[in-house]
Design a protein around this ligand. Sequence first.
Ligand code: ADP
Ligand code: MG
Length: 346
Amino acid sequence: MASPRIALERVRKAYGSYVALDDVSLDVRPGEFLTLLGPSGSGKTTLLMAIAGFVRPEAGAIRIGDVDITRLPVNKRNIGIVFQNYALFPHMSVLGNVEYPLLLRRRPRAEARERARAALARAQLAGYETRDIAALSGGQRQRVALARAVVFEPRVLLMDEPLSALDKNLREQMQFEIRKLQQELGITTIYVTHDQREALTMSDRIAVMNAGRIEQLDAPQPIYQRPTSRFVAEFMGESNIIPAALVEPFGSPPPFVGTLVIRAENLALEREAAGGDGVAINGRVAAHAFRGESWHLRLTVAGERDLLLSIPSGKSLDCTGIQAGQRVTAYAAARHIHRLDDGPQP
Ligand code: ADP
Ligand code: MG
């Protein structure tokens, strides 16, 4: 059975006077891995739970394929869910947890057992069937939750920050495992995270959320390289937002107008290292730190907020000799300068 699209049309949800979802429209393509990315409180969980049926919107429509599910009860939606806290049954074995959705759907016990075993094997948990949930590590619990979410072959998979409790290495490993499983199943998936790196790593497209709205919806590279709003530029890692009046052109770049965005890793301390014609910004070193793969520099720039630089430590310039208070010039090539449409004009 082909995976369906998911369509939200002006979905609205308020808690009292607080608007958690502000007329959100979204089209998730069949088989797509779409991530809702945003800070805490931006409405990610509310949006996911509206699709799952645990949150009832005041207005708008939600469709899976051609079916309007806006008023369908949770158990009729055929959606696999991995909740933020896994929500496993602690008194049941691993197998018991994964069989449960099938028994709930009145599948015969033998079939349920067979399919649960297959789902566990797929989630790299063959041999763990009789274990207690309490005896599992965080990563193993996460895999059980994933197996339980897909065992009944749902049409759609929803995951709410499933990796937030895991340490960094395991989290990165699980990002690839989840993505691989999702691709093997070809299941339309909405994934929630507040971690931009995780979103960039896993997604076909990312919807950046802010205050109950989707600020930008795009593939990982455009989201990172061409943010359309100040919020997205600031949320996606280290970006500098600079009025054009503050920069001096060098070489023969096109004219710069309006508010510019330059990522920290696209600034260099040498003209040649910037990689082409562009802009120069004078400043003074306010702070510098060695971060392993890079040097981090903060420059004070005339009357503006600080400029952040990330200089690869393996490349030409050695920043060991940099002193606080030192005057330096930061350079960026024209192709790394992105114009912001909604920023205030200088
Ligand atoms: P996120 O998952 O992005 O952190 P949520 O969707 O959980 O955000 O919450 C969005 C906003 O709605 C938050 O300000 C939160 O406090 C509020 N909120 C969420 N659930 C409820 C609720 N049941 N009652 C009142 N306010 C809620
Ligand atoms: Mg949440």
